[in-house]
Design a protein around this ligand. Structure first.
Ligand SMILES: C[S@@+](CC[C@H](N)C(=O)[O-])C[C@H]1O[C@@H](n2cnc3c(N)ncnc32)[C@H](O)[C@@H]1O
Length: 523
C-alpha cells in the first residue's frame, strides 16, 4: 500500500525532511501540518523537572544505532592538570617547543600561534608579565585557566554565551571544597591578577563549575594532550547508570546514538561514569564531581540488578555482603545469609586494599593476574565481584595477545578460561550497557579467537569437520556482531579504526575457512 499524506490523506511520496516520519503530498500540506507536527519532529526534546533540572526525552520512537546528535563544542581546551600542550592544535610539546611571539606561551610553531583556536586568548595571556609554563611532559596546573578563559571569551558572542549561562554550575555546593580553592589559585587569581581579566570572581568560579559539571573528556588524538569540551546540547542529557545512548567523539565532534530502541516520550540518558564501576564508586564520583545522588534502578538495588557486582563474601558464612542503603556511603553492609553487619568503613578499606593490589599489576602480567584470582576469587571475593571481573577482563585480552601467551601457545585450560571470561563479561556488559557497547564489541572478537582456536585444535585431534564448521559459524556470528557494534564508532577512534579493521579481517578469514570446510565436506 502506498503512503498517505498526514494532512489530507491523499497518496504521498515525500517525507518530512526533519524526522522522515510523516508523508506529505506536497509543500502546502506540510506547511499546514507544521504546527501540529513540530513538537514530534525532532528526535530530542528538552524538559525540566524539580530536582533534576533540564533533561532530554525522545520526541519520537528512536531505533538502536540511530544518530541523535552531532555537535561541535562551544569551547574545548586542556583538561585540569593537563600536560603542557600547544594552544593552537592541542599537540603535546617537547621541552624544545617554540613559543607564540605575542603571548610567549609554548606552541608547536607559527601556524599554531596564528591559529583561530588561539586568537582570542592570545592578547589576554600576553598581559601577564611573569614566567610562562615550560614545555615538557609533567602535568601542569598553569593550563587550568585556558578553557575557562575560552568560555569567558564567548561573552562576545551573545547567542553562545546565553547557552553557557543556562548550564548548571553547582556553585554553592563547590564553595570551600578543594577544587574551589584550586580554581581560585590557578584560574581566578591568575586571570584577574596577572592577565587583568575584567570579570568578577563569582563569574569565573561559575564557569569553572559549568565546566566540571558539564564538560566531556575529549579523547586525545595520538600525540595530543588531554582535553575536555563543553557541548551545549549533549550537556542536557541527564545521567543514568544504565543509560540508553552511546557517546563517541570524532575529534572534537560529539556524536550521540541511541544504544537501544527508545520509545517516544522516554527519557534519553547518558552515563557520566564507567558502567564497569560498582555502585559505591559511581555514587562517590557523581556526588563529588557532579553534585547529585543517583537514584537509578541499578544504584538503589543492593544486588546491582542481580549481579552482586559490588558484593563480597561474609567471613562467617560465605553469604553475600550487601549495602543496606547503596546510595548512602555511610550505611552498614549486611550478610544476606547470616545477617551479620559490617561497618561501611571496613568495606571501603577492603576494597581500597584490593584496588591498590590489582592496580599494581600490569594488564599484561599474566601470571600475576592469575595469582590475584587464585588469592581472592573465592574469598573474600566471589566469581562475579568487580575486582575479579576487572582481572578477568585483563586476562581475556592478554590471553592470545601477549608475548609468551599467543593463541597457539595457550594451554587448553587458558583457552577455556578466555572463552568463559569473555562470555561472563559479555553478559555483564549486556546488563550494565545494553545495546551498542564498545566493550561488548571488543569481547566478542576475543571470544571468537578462543572458540576458533579450540575448534581447530579439536579438529587436528580428529574431531569431524562438521564440528569445526559449526564452531566457525557460531564464532562468525560473534564477529559479525562485533563489526556491527564497532561500525558505529568514528573511524578516527581506535575502536572505529584499527579494531574495526581487525574485526572485518577476522570475519573475512572466518568466512574463507568455513567455505574451505564446506567444500571439503561436499566432496
Ligand atoms: C550535565 S548537567 C545535565 C543538565 C542539567 N540537568 C541542567 O539542567 O542543566 C548535570 C547535572 O544535572 C543534574 N542531573 C543529571 N542527572 C541526574 C540524575 N540522574 N539525578 C539527579 N540529577 C541529575 C545534576 O544536577 C547534574 O550536576
Amino acid at each position: 500500500m502506498s503512503a498517505r499524506c498526514a494532512r489530507c490523506g491523499a497518496p504521498a511520496e515525500q517525507r518530512c525532511a526533519g524526522c522522515s516520519v510523516p508523508f506529505y503530498c506536497g509543500r502546502q500540506c506540510q506547511r499546514a501540518d507544521w504546527k501540529q507536527h513540530r513538537p514530534l519532529c525532532q528526535p530530542l526534546t528538552v524538559r525540566q523537572a524539580a530536582g533534576v533540572g533540564r533533561y532530554t526525552v525522545a520526541g519520537r520512537a528512536l531505533t538502536a544505532g540511530q544518530l541523535l546528535l552531532r555537535e561541535l563544542p562551544l569551547a574545548a581546551g586542556p583538561q585540569l592538570e593537563a600536560e603542557p600542550q600547544c594552544l593552537g592544535c592541542g599537540g603535546l610539546l617537547a621541552a624544545s617547543a617554540a613559543s607564540c611571539a605575542r603571548c610567549r606561551w609554548p606552541v608547536c610553531g607559527d601556524r599554531c600561534a596564528d591559529s583561530a583556536a588561539h586568537a582570542a586568548e592570545c592578547p589576554v595571556l600576553a598581559r601577564d608579565t611573569g614566567d610562562r609554563p615550560a614545555a615538557g611532559t609533567e602535568p601542569c596546573a598553569r593550563y587550568d585557566c585556558i578553557l575557562p578563559l575560552r568560555v569567558l571569551l564567548l561573552r562576545d558572542q551573545p547567542r553562545l554565551w546565553q547557552k553557557v549561562e543556562q548550564l548548571e554550575s553547582h556553585l554553592e555546593q563547590r564553595r570551600d571544597t578543594a577544587i574551589f580553592r584550586d580554581n581560585q589559585r590557578h584560574v581566578v587569581d591568575y586571570l584577574r591578577g596577572r592577565c587583568g581579566v575584567q570579570a568578577d570572581e563569582q563569574l569565573l568560579h561559575r564557569i569553572c563549575g559549568v565546566l566540571d559539571v558539564n564538560a566531556f573528556s575529549v579523547r586525545p588524538r595520538p600525540g595530543a594532550g588531554r582535553r575536555r569540551g563543553l557541548f551545549a546540547r549533549a550537556s542536557l542529557l541527564n545521567h543514568a547508570c544504565v543509560s540508553n545512548t552511546q557517546l563517541s567523539l570524532d575529534g572534537d565532534t560529539m556524536l550521540v546514538r541511541a544504544a537501544v530502541p527508545i520509545a517516544a516520550g522516554d527519557e534519553v540518558t547518558a552515563s557520566y561514569v564507567s558502567a564497569m564501576e560498582p555502585t559505591a564508586r559511581r555514587q562517590n564520583f557523581l556526588w563529588h564531581g557532579k553534585y547529585f545522588r543517583c537514584q537509578c534502578r541499578r544504584c538503589v538495588d543492593p544486588t546491582e540488578l542481580g549481579t552482586h557486582y559490588g558484593s563480597h563474601r561474609c567471613s562467617e558464612c560465605g553469604g553475600m555482603m550487601e549495602s543496606q542503603q547503596p546510595t548512602d556511603a555511610a550505611a552498614p553492609w549486611r550478610c544476606s545469609g547470616c545477617r551479620r553487619a559490617e561497618p561501611a568503613d571496613q568495606v571501603r578499606q577492603l576494597n581500597a586494599r584490593l584496588l591498590a593490589e590489582r592496580q599494581a599489576i600490569p594488564e599484561t602480567a599474566v601470571p600475576a593476574l592469575e595469582a590475584f584470582l587464585a588469592r581472592h576469587a573465592a574469598s573474600p571475593l566471589h566469581d562475579a565481584n568487580y575486582h575479579v571481573l576487572a582481572v578477568k577482563q585483563a586476562l581475556a585480552q592478554a590471553y592470545g595477545n601477549v608475548s609468551g601467551f599467543q593463541l597457539d601457545e595457550l594451554s587448553e585450560g587458558r583457552l577455556v578460561a578466555k572463552e568463559a571470561f569473555c562470555r561472563q563479561l559479555i553478559g555483564l556488559a549486556q546488563t550494565f550497557e545494553p545495546g551498542l557497547c564498545r566493550l561488548r564489541g571488543l569481547l566478542l572478537l576475543q571470544l571468537h579467537h578462543a572458540q576458533v582456536t579450540r575448534a581447530q585444535r579439536r579438529h587436528a585431534a580428529g574431531a569431524p569437520p562438521r564440528q569445526l564448521l559449526a564452531a566457525l559459524e557460531a564464532a562468525g556470528q560473534h564477529v559479525e556482531e562485533a563489526v556491527s557494534v564497532l561500525g558505529h564508532e568514528p573511524a578516527s577512534t581506535p575502536e572505529g579504526g584499527a579494531m574495526l579493521q581487525l574485526a572485518r579481517d577476522t570475519l573475512q578469514g572466518c568466512y574463507e575457512l568455513a567455505e574451505l570446510v564446506r567444500t571439503s565436506l561436499a566432496r
